[in-house]
Write a protein of this length. Structure first.
Lengths: 256, 188
C-alpha cells in the first residue's frame, strides 16, 4: 500500500474542480426561477380596522382634531427601490371623473391636512414597509367629506426618450369632518410604539436607576459577606492555633 | 475511493434533478401579491422620429395589479413637449438636459389604453376593461377603467395594446423634444 505524500491534498485538484462543478450544477438546477416582476410595486391601506379592501381610507375626525393611519408599500422586485410618498388634492379629469393632482401642483385643499411621516422610502428587494400619515383637521374645517389622496411614486431612471413615463399608485383619503363630540376615536393600524413619545426616555431612566440600585445592593451584600468571611476565617485560624497550642502543651505535659 | 463515490453521488443527483431546458418540463411561475393593493407599471421610455406635420404611434407594455375588492382607473397627465439639448455625452449616455425654449402643446399627444389581459379567452368572465383614446389636456385624462377582476399585463400585440401617438404640428421648429407622462392608478 502506497503512502500519501505529506502535504498532498486528500482530494486532488481535478476532483475538487469536478466537485465544485457538480455542486454548481445542483445549485443552478434547484435555484428558483426569477419570478415575473408584474408591476414591480404595489400599495395599499395598512391592515387595520374598517374597510381596507377598496383602495381608499375612510376616516372620521372632528374639526380641530387629528387622526392617523398608514399606507403599506411593497417592492415586488429583486432589486432595492426608492419611493416618494406625498399627498395631493383632487382635480377633475377631462371626462368629469376625479384624479389626484399632478405632483408639481401645490397642495391647497384637504391635502394640506395630511402629514406623511416619511417622504422618501428605501425598500430592499422583495420587502414592504408601513408609512404612517396624520390627518390634522383645522378647527375651522367645514363638516362633511373632504377628499385628498396619498400617492406612492417609485423613482425611475431618467430615460433619453421623447416620452418618459412615470407611474404612481393613488389611495384616496376620504375625511369625514364631524362635530367635535361626534368624532369616533380611530386606532391607527401602524406600529403601536412610537419613539417620539416622552415616556420612552422615562422608562429608560427608570431601568437605569433600577439597575444602579441592584448593583449597589449587591455590592453592599458582597462587602458584608466578605467581612463575615474574613471574621470566620480569623476565628477558624484562632481556633486551630489554640488547638495546636493545646495539643503541644498536652504532649509536653505527658512527657514531663 | 470515497472521493469517487462522493463525486458519483453528486453527478447522480445533478442528473436526477429536472433541467429547465427539457421540453417535457413545465415552469410554474407564481408571483405572490399583497391583498387589497393596487400597482401599475409602464414601459419607461418611448423614442420617436417624426416629420413635421405627421404623426407616429408606438405601443408600450403596461401591467396592472388590482387585488382590491373593487375596480380601478388609470389616468395620464403630463406637460407640453419641450425642446432640449444635451449638455454632456459620453460612452455611457447623455446627461444634463438643457431646455432650448420651443414647445409643442401636449394636445398633440394622444394616449390610448389597452383593452385585454393576456388573451380574450383567458380573461375572467366578468372582467371588463374600457380603454379610451384621449389627447392630453389641462386636467388628467382617463385612459382605462377596469372592473375588480380585470387586471394583468397589457401590450402583447395589437389591437389590445396601449399606445402613445405624437403629432408634430406644422410650423414646429426642427428640434428634439421630450415630455414626461405620469400614469396614476387608483380606485374610481
Amino acid at each position: 500500500m502506497t503512502q500519501r505524500p505529506v502535504g498532498r491534498p486528500i482530494i486532488r485538484r481535478s476532483h475538487r474542480h469536478a466537485l465544485m462543478l457538480a455542486v454548481a450544477v445542483i445549485i443552478a438546477a434547484i435555484a428558483p426561477v426569477r419570478a415575473n416582476d408584474w408591476t414591480g410595486y404595489a400599495a395599499r391601506p395598512a391592515p387595520g380596522e374598517g374597510e381596507r379592501d377598496s383602495g381608499r381610507f375612510e376616516l372620521s375626525v372632528g374639526a380641530g382634531s387629528s387622526v392617523s393611519d398608514a399606507i403599506e408599500i411593497f417592492n415586488l422586485t429583486d432589486d432595492p427601490a426608492t419611493f416618494d410618498v406625498y399627498a395631493a388634492d383632487v382635480v377633475a379629469t377631462t371626462d368629469g371623473g376625479r384624479a389626484p393632482a399632478s405632483r408639481e401642483v401645490a397642495v391647497s385643499g384637504a391635502a394640506t391636512w395630511i402629514i406623511v411621516s416619511q417622504a422618501v422610502v428605501d425598500l430592499g428587494a422583495r420587502s414592504s414597509t408601513l408609512v404612517e400619515f396624520a390627518v390634522e383637521v383645522p378647527a375651522d374645517a367645514a363638516n362633511g367629506t373632504h377628499t385628498a389622496a396619498v400617492l406612492v411614486e417609485p423613482r425611475g431612471s431618467d430615460t433619453q426618450s421623447t416620452i418618459t413615463s412615470r407611474t404612481r399608485v393613488g389611495l384616496w383619503v376620504e375625511i369625514e369632518v364631524l362635530e367635535g363630540s361626534d368624532a369616533a376615536p380611530v386606532v391607527p393600524p401602524g406600529p403601536a410604539i412610537s419613539w417620539d413619545v416622552p415616556w420612552i426616555p422615562l422608562i429608560a431612566v427608570a431601568l437605569i436607576a433600577f439597575a444602579a440600585v441592584i448593583l449597589y445592593l449587591s455590592r453592599r451584600r458582597w462587602h458584608a459577606s466578605l467581612e463575615q468571611w474574613r471574621e470566620e476565617r480569623a476565628l477558624i485560624r484562632d481556633f486551630r492555633s489554640r488547638r495546636r497550642h493545646q495539643a503541644a502543651t498536652d504532649t509536653h505535659g505527658r512527657r514531663g | 475511493m470515497k472521493t469517487r463515490i462522493l463525486l458519483a453521488a453528486f453527478m447522480a443527483a445533478a442528473l436526477a434533478l429536472p433541467g429547465p431546458a427539457l421540453g417535457a418540463d413545465q415552469d410554474v411561475d407564481v408571483q405572490v401579491l399583497p391583498a387589497n393593493a393596487l400597482g401599475i407599471s409602464v414601459q419607461e421610455g418611448l423614442g420617436f422620429a417624426i416629420v413635421i406635420g405627421e404623426s407616429a404611434t408606438q405601443s408600450f407594455g403596461m401591467g396592472i395589479t388590482n387585488t382590491t375588492g373593487g375596480g380601478w382607473i388609470v389616468t395620464v397627465d403630463g406637460p407640453d413637449l419641450q425642446s432640449y439639448s444635451w449638455g454632456q455625452c459620453d460612452e455611457t449616455g447623455c446627461y444634463d438636459r438643457t431646455l432650448t425654449g420651443n414647445t409643442i402643446p401636449k394636445s398633440n399627444v394622444v394616449v390610448t389604453g389597452g383593452d385585454a389581459s393576456w388573451g380574450e379567452d383567458d380573461a375572467a368572465a366578468d372582467s371588463t376593461i374600457t380603454p379610451y383614446s384621449v389627447a392630453l389636456g389641462d386636467s388628467p385624462v382617463t385612459i382605462m377603467e377596469g372592473t375588480a377582476d380585470a387586471w394583468g399585463m397589457f401590450g402583447f400585440g395589437p389591437p389590445h395594446e396601449p399606445t402613445v401617438q405624437v403629432t408634430i404640428p406644422a410650423g414646429s421648429a426642427y428640434d428634439q423634444y421630450y415630455t414626461t407622462l405620469t400614469y396614476t392608478i387608483m380606485a374610481p
